[in-house]
Unconditional design. Structure first.
Ligand SMILES: N[C@@H](CCC(=O)N[C@@H](CS)C(=O)NCC(=O)O)C(=O)O
Length: 203
């Protein structure tokens, strides 16, 4: 979702091939040993296998909303926050959400550890409407899809325990036109299908 958000924000179109993870197409396996989604193949054949790298590729090409240039030269701080999200927060999220898949993981302990990251977000959101200023940045669109997952595990607990500034920020993103547009469901790609462009020409 976050790769789609960045591609959408950069104003370029890509060909979209929806993958069902339990039935990965051979064409995907041929270009990516890692075989995770998202994966982007460029016209020169180069392959980008990490969602954050796809986001950076998109926005370094074209960044009309200046998502890479948050207020007050906070670019480095933004990348550090995203690394914390992708590292320890994602680790805790997976063990909270899918506790039964991890031996010896205590989901509630990982929920508590995840909450600490949300408190960091709260500190930022008490200062400005978005994580790094009054306008959205790469950090917002890189992080909120994970907070959405965290919220979805136990919505009641989330509403009671997570700082209100974080809840409002998340709600704003979930009701945004940008998020609505990337949540479109696509049928699984098949090599005989016509090309699907994302975003569609008129969006
Ligand atoms: N850090 C990677 C994580 C990619 C990842 O693990 N994606 C999952 C789906 S959300 C996946 O493709 N898993 C492979 C599988 O289940 O076979 C990224 O952000 O691109």
């Amino acid at each position: 979702m976050r790769a789609r958000l960045a591609v959408q924000a950069c104003g370029r179109q890509v060909q979209l091939r929806e993958v069902v993870l339990r039935n990965k197409p051979q064409q995907m396996l041929d270009i990516s040993v890692k075989a995770t989604v998202p994966v982007l193949q460029l016209t020169d054949g180069a392959v980008i296998e990490e969602s954050l790298q796809i986001m950076l590729w998109a926005l370094q090409n074209n960044d009309p909303q200046q998502l890479l240039s948050p207020d007050k030269n906070k670019h480095e701080q933004m990348l550090v926050l995203i690394a914390d999200n992708d590292g320890s927060f994602k680790h805790n999220l997976d063990r909270y959400k899918y506790g039964n898949r991890y031996e010896n993981a205590d989901p509630l302990q990982h929920r508590a550890a995840g909450l600490q990251f949300l408190q960091v977000l709260d500190g930022l959101l008490r200062q400005s409407a978005y994580l790094f200023g009054e306008q959205p940045s790469l950090a917002d669109i890189a992080v909120f899809p994970f907070i959405r997952q965290f919220a979805g595990v136990d919505r009641k607990w989330f509403e009671q325990s997570v700082p209100k500034a974080v809840q409002s920020w998340l709600s704003k993103w979930l009701s945004s036109a940008e998020f609505g547009a990337v949540m479109t469901k696509y049928p699984a790609w098949n090599s005989e299908d016509p090309v699907v462009l994302f975003p569609e020409a008129d969006s």
